[in-house]
Design a protein around this ligand. Structure first.
Ligand code: ARG
Length: 587
């Protein structure tokens, strides 16, 4: 059997159909094959929907086709020979394609031999910036930042898998007027001028609140704080040092969360772009994009009532001037061709406005799908089980670290209840509880369409039935145990054995495995990780059906079926990896 060169199933089919379409259509008609999965699997696996449109375009030019149906039949006839396709049928011009089970089997086996990396999608992007997490210094990271961290990490992983070079950027809020107040408060509490150790400042969130109270309540303090901003921006040593110190304490707190989540980020905070702002504004000014309005300098955006302020009335820069400058830097210095921002949907307007400003300046093409491209990945709120903003009784916001601790503790309790404490070492117990607990928090977030609000519920996310990470991780562990118990060496079987998809449930499973690359590609293109979660959940359901109806160990088909088990485990693990979830192998 001859396999086609790389590319998702859909791409490979599209290539075949395009060859046929080229024979049908005159040269000036550039036809892209429209391939989609069949809604009704009894008709076939995929359908090609080109006949109708092409028929209209050819009207009068090709009298031999008197309806879309006859054109569809000709498209089928012109298809190059391929072992991929088992049969084609047409109804009213729609072409249904059934794939050959031998070809599916062969492709799955090839993946096992070559590794799942061979299935990586190809995107028209070389280098991408993913700007995510991005908490603000001196404020606690809240659940919104947890969402940004989880969603952003998954997007970065999916792009990296697709061979895109990803710059993972933590655009922390480490600049701005609030630092005047923080620095002045620091000096007030430690008049000796000596910089205290972490211990002395204690909880930075409390420190922030206390200094804000001073700021709001005492005009003299307020004045001093405003002066401190000027001194800091002028680069005065004493102020710089205090600022750096406050940032460092925050950073350590953030790092603890990232470490637990297994998320890697590179910090380039707002302060990094500050020195570039005047130059970038100068560029925009020369293009006459910046106007004077009520003492501020602004960019007017068509369709928006309020302009984008880039220099405040007091002459200071803001969030927008920083973001415009960061975009300029990412395009020109870092040469990124896709820049992706992950924040709550509440910031949509901000992104729309400065994206438009960048288009008006000619930094970005006006067409939506051309590169370089910018995308705002907006997400909804995290709600408590009462459907109100998520908070705990003791504090206004929920601390991330506490949440992760709780998830882990709950998972460990379940493992102990199941008698694992007697079977496993303490380390195994901990590692598994962490993988399942953190995985559950991540998956509960990722499985929803990100633009909706989602309800944070430990009971729901830690349920071992239904669409949860717990269920999926257990399903994976069970597959591993089937393979272990068979006593066979799969590495050896990969080379010597052969997958045969004879049973209907085997074929469904094999076909589902083969759709993995196009699902990742779709999730990358739409920036919707829930597509991948859905795929993973359906995969485990297809596996369960297969395992219920097809005996594996001890059957005549044992070798083929063990290989199918292994292929399922490999693809599940890659899904877990892309979702930032650590797999477990025994349960
Ligand atoms: N620090 C901001 C916040 O907490 C998020 C920054 C997102 N990135 C950006 N380039 N604006 O809301």
């Amino acid at each position: 059997i001859k396999l086609h060169k790389a590319g998702s199933l859909k791409t490979q089919l599209a290539n075949l159909f395009e060859e046929s379409l080229r024979l049908m259509a005159p040269e000036e008609l550039d036809v892209n094959a429209a391939i989609a999965p069949c809604q009704n699997p009894t008709f076939g696996d995929y359908q090609c929907n080109n006949a109708m449109g092409l028929y209209k375009k050819l009207k009068g030019k090709a009298p031999q086709f008197n309806n879309p149906q006859s054109l569809a039949e000709a498209i089928i006839k012109n298809l190059p020979a391929s072992e991929m396709i088992d049969s084609c049928s047409t109804i009213k011009g729609f072409i249904n394609v059934k794939l050959s089970p031998d070809w599916i089997a062969m492709s799955v086996q090839k993946m096992l031999v070559d590794g799942v990396e061979a299935w990586a999608p190809r995107l028209p992007v070389k280098r991408a910036v993913v700007d995510f997490s991005s908490p603000n210094i001196a404020k606690e990271m809240h659940v919104g930042h947890l969402r940004s961290t989880i969603i952003g990490d998954t997007i970065a992983r999916m792009l990296e898998f697709s061979n895109v070079e990803v710059l993972r950027r933590n655009h922390v809020g480490d600049w701005g007027t609030q630092f005047g107040m923080l620095i002045e408060f620091l000096f007030e509490k430690f008049p000796s001028g000596e910089v205290p150790s972490d211990q002395a400042i204690g909880d930075l969130e409390t420190f922030y609140k206390a200094s804000k109270q001073r700021f709001d309540g005492d005009p003299a303090f307020k004045e001093k704080a405003q002066q401190a901003v000027v001194s800091l921006q002028a680069g005065e040593e004493k102020y710089r040092k205090a600022w750096a110190h406050i940032c460092e304490i925050s950073r350590k707190g953030f790092e603890r969360v990232y470490e637990r989540l297994g998320v890697h980020l590179e910090e380039k905070g707002e302060s990094f772009y500050n020195p570039y702002i005047p130059r970038v504004l100068e560029l925009l000014d020369r293009q006459r994009l910046i106007k004077e309005s009520e003492g501020a300098r602004v960019i007017f955006i068509e369709g928006k009532k309020i302009p984008l302020i880039v220099v405040k009335r007091d002459g200071g820069y803001n969030y927008a001037s920083t973001d415009l400058t960061a975009l300029w830097y990412r395009l020109n210095e870092e040469k990124a061709d896709w820049i992706i921002y992950v924040t709550d949907v509440g910031q949509r307007d901000h992104f729309e406005m400065f994206f438009t400003a960048a288009k008006n300046a000619g930094w970005l093409p006006a067409e939506k799908d051309k590169y370089p491209k910018v995308s705002h990945v907006g997400f909804g709120l995290v709600l408590g089980e009462d459907k109100k903003r998520f908070r705990t009784r003791s504090t206004e916001t929920v601390k991330l670290v506490d949440l992760l601790d709780e998830a882990k503790t709950k998972c460990k309790e379940v493992l102990v209840e199941r008698g694992k404490a007697a079977e496993w070492t303490e380390e195994e117990l901990d590692k598994t509880a962490e993988a399942v607990g953190y995985g559950a928090v991540k998956y509960a977030d990722l499985k929803n369409n990100r633009s909706t609000n989602y309800i944070f519920s430990f009971d729901q996310m830690l349920d071992d039935r239904g669409n949860t990470a717990v269920y999926l991780l257990y399903a994976h562990a069970r597959i591993c145990s089937i393979i272990r118990k068979s006593g066979k060496d799969v590495e050896e079987l990969k080379e010597s054995g052969k997958i045969v998809l004879a049973h209907a449930d085997e074929r469904v499973l094999g076909f589902h495995l083969l759709q993995f690359p196009e699902v990742v590609e779709e999730a990358c293109t739409t920036l919707l990780p829930n597509t991948l979660c859905e795929y993973l959940y359906n995969l485990s359901e297809d596996f369960t059906r297969f395992y219920t109806n097809c005996q594996v160990v001890g059957s005549a088909e044992e070798t083929s079926r063990l290989l199918l088990c292994e292929a399922t485990a490999v693809v599940m693990r890659k899904c877990f990896y892309l979702l930032g979830i650590t797999p477990v192998y025994k349960i």
